[in-house]
Design a protein around this ligand. Structure first.
Ligand code: ADP
Ligand code: ASP
Ligand code: MG
Length: 409
């Protein structure tokens, strides 16, 4: 008897009919002779709706209370899906994050899983139950409710798979798998049969929200192989696993986009040791996640730093920088630009192929798209462009690398 963890996202449990579909799928998996742990998200729109309500009171509501509020979305789902399973004749029990023994650390709304005590789940499975676990939530050792960051039900499913040593982990969603680009944006995007953890991680952290990036990190760390597939059909999905040599033949595995980015440039910084540390330290203390960082020395021998971040963080960043720049230099100036987006091309094949950046930049040039900042890592090339051109940019790069076609073996 195999133990199968299935995670159903917001759209997959988004209505009573969809919950019945989930129950039927879980029942089928059980009838095939498996034990099933279903991890479920809040119904689509519920988490956003709760956030909107909280913002009626304050732009910056208490994060402790946000966790208490947002965790209710998943709690509705576990009870309702369990009821759907009962109706289908399956002995199911709902399991909250606390009952699942998911212990977290870190800040409210950004909890990190520290440890899982799977005793309750193990016992309940041994008693013959099917478990319906609330995604996205955990508990601190002090008993506070934590949520795991947006898209955090993916992390719950992967972590539970590791803790229970599940035989199979499936992420069931509203697309058939991981595509070469978001299929809602690039119509001829192709479903990938497999992708390495590192590529999935780079794609997820640069805007491909099909997987939460921290869940992929966790899967890599604990060697959890998982499959992304549709909750609505039986098409084979995409396997996410450790890379193997044949994967390097493909130069670019996929393209991701991220909207709502902003750039901050600071000029007139003295070119002496310690400046970058002070500036980045101030932004770190303000809990701003920087993405691209580009520094150089201008013709006046002063340093110049540019950063990108989510545009929601722009105000906070400006406030933090004003303070530190006042200490550093009277000549320092801050310049900002919102309305930009980021395009990333990802592939482990980049390590052994040259000319990748040139192909990408040429494609953008020919499409008349101006490149702002550029950053590269071993397996990723990212550029910023004006936000209104981001979809054209994604299509141009996708075409330039022929991602719609099967790679030649
Ligand atoms: P769930 O609610 O099941 O967690 P999400 O909405 O979080 O689902 O993720 C699925 C969505 O991710 C798809 O509907 C798709 O628009 C988007 N997406 C972005 N990039 C990709 C990609 N490369 N492949 C597949 N889907 C992608
Ligand atoms: N409900 C949470 C969210 O919308 C978690 C999840 O769906 O994975 O972000
Ligand atoms: Mg998701």
């Amino acid at each position: 008897m195999a133990l199968i963890v299935q995670k159903y996202g917001g759209t997959s449990v988004g209505s009573i009919d969809r919950m019945r579909n989930v129950a039927a799928r879980v029942k089928r998996t059980r009838d095939e002779g498996n034990q099933v742990v279903a991890v479920v998200s809040a119904m689509s729109g519920i988490t956003d709706g709760l956030i909107k309500m909280a913002r009626e009171f304050s732009e910056t509501p208490s994060e402790r209370e946000m966790d208490v509020l947002l965790a209710t979305g998943e709690q509705q789902s576990i009870a309702l899906v369990s009821m759907a399973l009962h109706e289908a004749g399956v002995e199911a029990v709902s399991v909250t994050g606390r009952q699942a023994g998911i212990f977290t650390t870190g800040s409210h709304t950004r909890g990190r899983i520290q440890d899982i005590d799977p005793e309750f789940m193990k016992r309940s499975l041994e008693e013959g139950n099917t478990l319906v676990v609330a995604g996205f939530q955990g508990i601190t050792p002090e008993g506070m409710i934590h949520t795991l960051g947006r898209g955090g039900s993916d992390l719950t499913a992967i972590a539970i798979s590791a803790a229970l040593k599940a035989d199979v982990c499936q992420i069931l969603t509203d697309v058939d798998g991981v595509y070469t680009c978001d299929p809602r944006i690039v119509k001829n995007a192709r479903k990938l049969p497999e992708i390495s953890y590192d590529e999935m991680l780079e794609m997820a952290s640069s805007g491909s929200k099909v997987m939460q990036s921290r869940s992929v990190e966790f899967a890599k760390k604990f060697g959890v192989v998982f499959e992304v597939r549709s909750s609505l059909n039986d098409n084979p999905g995409t396997l996410v696993l450790e890379e193997h040599p044949a994967m390097e033949n493909v130069v670019i595995r996929g393209v991701s986009i991220e909207r709502s980015q902003a750039r901050v440039t600071i000029t007139g910084i003295p070119d002496v040791p310690g400046m970058s540390g002070k500036i980045l330290g101030a932004l770190g203390e303000a809990e701003i996640n920087l993405d691209m960082i580009v520094s150089n020395i201008a013709h006046d021998d002063r340093a110049r730093h540019s950063f990108t971040m989510h545009s929601n963080d722009l105000g906070k960043a400006q406030a933090a920088l004003k303070q530190v720049l006042a200490e550093i230099s009277p000549d320092a100036r801050i310049e900002t630009e919102a309305g930009i987006a980021k395009l990333s091309a990802v592939g482990i094949g980049m390590r052994s192929h040259s000319g990748v950046a040139a192909t990408m930049f040429k494609a953008l040039g020919e499409a008349g798209i101006n490149i702002g900042m550029i950053s590269t890592s071993e397996i990723k090339i990212a550029v910023t462009v004006d936000e209104p051109r981001i979809e054209d940019a994604a299509r141009a790069v996708h075409d330039a690398f022929n991602l719609d076609k099967e790679p030649v073996k």
